[in-house]
Design a protein around this ligand. Structure first.
Ligand SMILES: *[C@@H]1O[C@H](CO)[C@@H](O)[C@H](O)[C@H]1NC(C)=O
Ligand SMILES: *[C@@H]1O[C@H](CO)[C@@H](O)[C@H](O)[C@H]1NC(C)=O
Ligand SMILES: *[C@@H]1O[C@H](CO)[C@@H](O)[C@H](O)[C@H]1NC(C)=O
Ligand SMILES: *[C@@H]1O[C@H](CO)[C@@H](O)[C@H](O)[C@H]1NC(C)=O
Ligand SMILES: *[C@@H]1O[C@H](CO)[C@@H](O)[C@H](O)[C@H]1NC(C)=O
Length: 442
């Protein structure tokens, strides 16, 4: 008797235990009316909140059935609980496919509702409704990437179109999930549009590389289902008038896009840069670039456009050492020997290395030694630039700026790039002042 009681208790407990996985939890938008008569404004949404044990629109979760189905029971005043089997398939982190029988159909018991569950293997990737996450969204790439020429047409309004050579473009070079369209020279006034991708998943049963995707227009707050097929260097995208992917075919789509890889260089459609290169040694180059201009044929003509641009230094992967700019030995001059003292010595046999020893002036005890290999040196006005790497850490490139006045050498480390704004008199703390001690000279 006691055993039976335990058994019944356990049975009861397991029947009403349902745990909805984290992936399916959250706050979502679900489309509740379809677009009709090609009016996008007719589409409305409701909020769906799914927790680990219930959903606001379907009630408490009673049981998980197979991989993707759940029995929900919605308590109704004056009537029994409405049990339904809801199938929830995650299609991307932001999109959940949701299926159930006619929403009016209620079952009396959990068992009856269970029998109504769909066989998830028979569910097509575009069937049912879609739930779109509206909090903690992680936008994703939809598989359309780069800078592409666009052909556009409206299925039911043949006079709205853009030709492939119209200059209409799409690019997502900055972030893959944001598709920036520039409609130009079309049969309608030019305009720009940004569509964000919520996710994409394979559209089954196709030999072609076909995917469903969901685009969100942040300006109009519209969700649109699309189907993208990629054939060689061409992509075709059909987009539904609303957020529903079911029955989306090219004859009933709202609009159609064709994309062809832009032969131009990536990013060039954004504007034109002019690059100015200077070779500093066999292994080191510097370049500066102008700000982006929209016209390609006029940049590069005026040197003053580079006036405010900064130099960027590049070093080759397997750089060759070259002679350093200074030779001999240098030490902190007597009058400056107070706390920290420095010795700089250029290896007199291999003039492509130098060493800086830091030591306490009083004790003469060294506390830091750094050896540098030189890869490029050049002079600009009074400044001598040395591009070097420390021997212990091969990755650390440093640009040094220096000036020689008589026996004195002024030296400062600028960092990875050779900034031209360094002012010796304004930065006394970062300037090493050294005086020649050795006999080596030019
Ligand atoms: C669709 O819109 C057109 C023009 O606005 C109208 O003439 C037609 O009756 C509408 N059809 C339906 C089914 O609402
Ligand atoms: C506008 O498009 C037509 C083809 O539809 C093309 O011949 C023409 O060159 C385009 N104009 C510009 C400025 O891109
Ligand atoms: C696309 O590929 C086809 C065949 O490989 C080629 O004939 C065509 O010129 C290509 N189009 C573009 C825009 O690269
Ligand atoms: C620094 O250089 C001076 C003069 O060449 C030398 O006497 C001294 O020993 C050096 N100190 C260290 C720590 O290398
Ligand atoms: C460096 O700074 C000093 C003092 O502020 C100034 O007089 C001098 O003109 C500056 N030098 C350069 C090259 O800007």
């Amino acid at each position: 008797m006691f055993k039976l009681y335990i058994f019944l208790f356990l049975l009861n407990f397991t029947v009403f235990c349902c745990n909805i996985e984290t992936l399916l939890q959250g706050t979502f938008n679900r489309q509740i009316s379809q677009y009709s008569n090609f009016s996008l404004n007719s589409v409305t949404f409701e909020k769906v909140v799914i927790s680990s044990i219930s959903a606001n629109i379907w009630g408490d979760c009673y049981e998980k059935v197979e991989t993707h189905s759940f029995i929900f029971g919605l308590k109704r005043i004056g009537k029994g609980t409405c049990f339904r089997c809801i199938t929830l398939i995650p299609r991307s982190t932001n999109v959940i496919q949701s299926l159930h029988q006619n929403s009016e159909t209620c079952h009396e018991t959990v068992m009856e509702a269970k029998r109504s569950c769909f066989d998830s293997s028979a569910i097509g990737p575009g069937d049912g409704d879609l739930l779109f996450r509206i909090e903690n969204i992680q936008y994703q790439s939809c598989g359309l990437e780069g800078s592409l020429f666009v052909e556009y047409s409206r299925i039911n309004e043949m006079n709205l179109k853009c030709a492939i050579d119209s200059g209409t473009e799409m690019q997502n070079c900055d972030s893959k999930e944001e598709l920036h369209f520039r409609f130009r020279n079309c049969s309608f006034p030019e305009f720009d549009q940004k569509l964000t991708c919520l996710g994409s998943w394979a559209a089954a049963g196709s030999a072609r590389n076909e995917n469903f995707l969901v685009l969100f227009d942040q300006d109009t707050r519209q969700y649109r289902c699309g189907k993208l097929s990629v054939i060689k260097n061409e992509s075709q995208l059909i987009v539904a008038g609303d957020a529903s992917c079911s029955k989306l075919e090219s004859n009933n789509a709202f609009e159609k896009y064709r994309f062809i890889t832009s032969k131009r260089l990536r990013g060039e459609s954004l504007g034109y840069h002019c690059l100015w290169f200077k070779s500093r040694s066999n292994s080191v180059i510097e370049f500066k670039t102008t700000i982006i201009a929209t016209e390609g044929n006029t940049v590069c003509r005026k040197e003053e456009e580079f006036a405010k641009a900064v130099w960027t230094t590049l070093i080759s992967k397997t750089p060759k050492k070259s002679a350093c700019a200074f030779f001999g030995s240098y030490s902190t001059p007597k009058e400056m020997q107070i706390n920290d003292c420095y010795n700089l010595t250029v290896n007199c046999k291999k003039r492509n290395k130098f060493k800086i020893v830091a030591y306490h002036c009083q004790s003469g005890i060294a506390y830091d030694v750094k050896s540098y290999d030189c890869y490029g040196t050049w002079k600009e006005d009074e400044n001598l630039f040395v591009y070097a790497k420390t021997q212990d850490s091969q990755n650390e490139n440093v640009c040094m700026i220096s000036r020689q006045q008589g026996d004195y050498l002024y030296l400062a480390i600028l960092g990875n790039h050779c900034s031209r704004n360094f002012n010796f008199s304004e930065n006394p703390d970062s300037v090493l002042v050294l005086k020649r001690t050795g006999k080596f000279s030019l």
